[in-house]
Design a protein around this ligand. Structure first.
Ligand code: FAD
Length: 469
């Protein structure tokens, strides 16, 4: 079996879009065709902005096509951390914005008649470690203190051992590819344009107009726009913005197995202890599949990746008694204070926006981001902008991690200058030394999470250029 066969991408067709093959002008240029870029384009095109999406691969081909797609305000054990580090008002807004995003996605699905298996279900964070039970109880108190809906339980529908869990009722799940297909149809209906296999390599701004340089078939074209949205998961332009000192990426692994008819699981689960295991079910061809995802590590960490699937496979086989049919891996960005960065690309760039750092909770976060960015472009207030503000400095000021990250980067950047053998490989983003991942057969960057095929082709942002091999 291939090691990167996402359940979603293997079981769902995506509409194909052509490459950009001329210079064009538009109101808003969105770079990146994952759930963030497509959601932004959805809202903007509905509001009569002439919107263009530029995707370097295919729509939803990166993290959005490899996600678990739980739509929830339950982001691991998070609210006690938020109360302690950011305060009550912040925690309330964070919870409310995510609950609102679940409703908003449901409204879109109904209004646009998108058949994407959207379903309301419960979501649980559970533990089988007696030492974690107190943390779960503290989380229950924290959520209740901000008027959140949750309860403490000791039993769940799924046959796994638990010592305790926090239950969030009325959360949701869907098929992310069916949802993206539906949004793309609406974008096209509203005269938006989507281009695939169209890689953005640079931008500049002249007289308030963005000129985005695009590469397709070794030809270059220019997209001119008034507004620019960078939705590449990891922002691809280093300066301004300096996101490379504000974030890192983690890889997670995933498997899916067919469920036996007598096993009924509808709700969603994630455990507290390491290795993290996240569970949900999904339908394909009238069969139910169990998706088991997790066992993450920092991208580029030199570890035995071969072992990474084992615990997920064991869990899937134990629950379904069936073989694993799909196996895949993917990554996401984590901000230093664990809050997404949404809003202006930097304080120095008018009309340029970013959304990133979803820490593996991008279904609701991307909807929040799309609403904030659309409101900024339309000149409307958005009550959640202040908590997600991408230009905030606290994460950098307060974090020891920045020092570690800078040390790692400088080590990596200086090393290549001294290395004359070139047996090692270096990232085209900021020159960090890459790590060979034997399992995925990719070169992975331990600093910012860029990834390259064995032949040197850049496949994951923030890298744009291929490696010189
Ligand atoms: C294992 C795992 C499980 C997850 N499970 C959940 C979950 O259950 N619930 C949840 O809420 N979230 C979950 N997430 C998080 C969520 O999937 C992501 O946050 C979300 O999909 C990110 O969407 P995106 O559009 O920002 O990025 P992506 O989907 O990665 O899209 C970015 C796009 O930009 C394109 N791009 C990059 N560079 C360029 C360029 N130079 N030119 C043009 N295009 C470019 C890429 O090709 C890509 O298509 C999970 C994440 C992981 C890793």
């Amino acid at each position: 079996m291939e090691y990167n066969e996402s359940f979603w991408l293997s079981t769902e067709e995506r509409k194909k879009y052509k490459k950009l093959e001329n210079n064009i002008e538009c109101d808003v240029c969105v770079i990146g065709g994952g759930i963030t870029g497509i959601s932004c384009a959805y809202y903007l095109s509905k509001n009569n902005f002439n919107t263009v999406v530029l995707e370097r691969d295919r729509i939803a081909s990166k993290t959005t096509g490899h996600t678990t797609a739980k739509i929830t305000s339950q982001h691991d054990l998070f609210y006690n951390y938020l109360l302690m580090s950011k305060g009550e008002d912040f925690a309330k807004k964070y919870y409310r914005s995510n609950e609102q995003a679940i409703n908003e996605i449901e409204n879109i699905v109904k209004k646009e008649k998108i058949e994407c298996n959207f379903k309301r279900v419960n979501s649980y964070v559970y533990t089988n470690d007696i030492n974690e039970v107190d943390n779960i109880k503290k989380e229950v108190e924290a959520v209740k203190s901000i008027d959140g809906d949750c309860s403490y339980v000791t039993e769940v529908e799924i046959p796994i051992k638990i010592k305790g869990a926090i239950k969030f009722p009325n959360q949701a799940k869907f098929n992310p590819i069916k949802y993206i297909n539906g949004l793309c149809d609406v974008i096209e209906k509203n005269n938006g344009k989507i281009y695939e296999h169209t890689k953005v390599i640079e931008y500049k701004k002249d007289d308030d107009i963005f000129k985005v340089l695009v590469e397709t078939n070794q030809e270059n074209y220019i997209v001119q726009s008034k507004y620019l949205v960078v939705a590449t998961r990891y922002p691809i332009f280093n300066v301004p913005g300096y996101h490379f000192i504000k974030m890192y990426q983690e890889i997670s692994y995933a498997v899916a197995s067919k469920m036996p008819k007598d096993l009924k699981i509808d709700d969603m689960y994630i455990c507290v202890e390491k290795p993290v295991i996240s569970i949900r079910t999904a339908k394909y061809n009238n069969e139910d599949y169990l998706l088991v995802i997790g066992n993450n590590h920092k991208t580029g960490e030199n570890i035995n990746t071969k072992e990474r699937y084992k615990i997920l496979e064991d869990t899937a086989k134990e629950l379904t008694k069936n073989k694993v049919d799909y196996k895949w891996n993917t990554e996401d960005c984590i901000g230093l204070d664990k809050i997404p960065y949404i809003g202006k690309y930097s304080n120095m760039t008018e009309n340029m926006y970013v959304a990133t750092g979803y820490k593996k909770w991008g279904m609701t976060s991307s909807n929040i981001a799309a609403n904030i960015i659309a409101d900024l472009i339309m000149g409307k207030d958005n009550e959640y902008l202040e908590i997600y503000d991408s230009t905030r400095l606290e994460p950098i000021k307060n974090s020891q991690e920045v020092g570690n990250m800078l040390k790692e980067i400088s080590k990596s950047i200086i090393a290549p200058r001294l290395d004359i053998t070139r047996e090692k490989q270096y990232c085209t983003h900021l020159g960090c030394e890459l790590t060979w991942n034997e399992l995925t057969k990719t070169w992975d960057c331990p600093c910012h999470g860029s990834r390259f095929e064995e032949n040197g082709e850049s496949i994951e942002a923030p890298s744009i250029k291929n490696m010189n091999k």
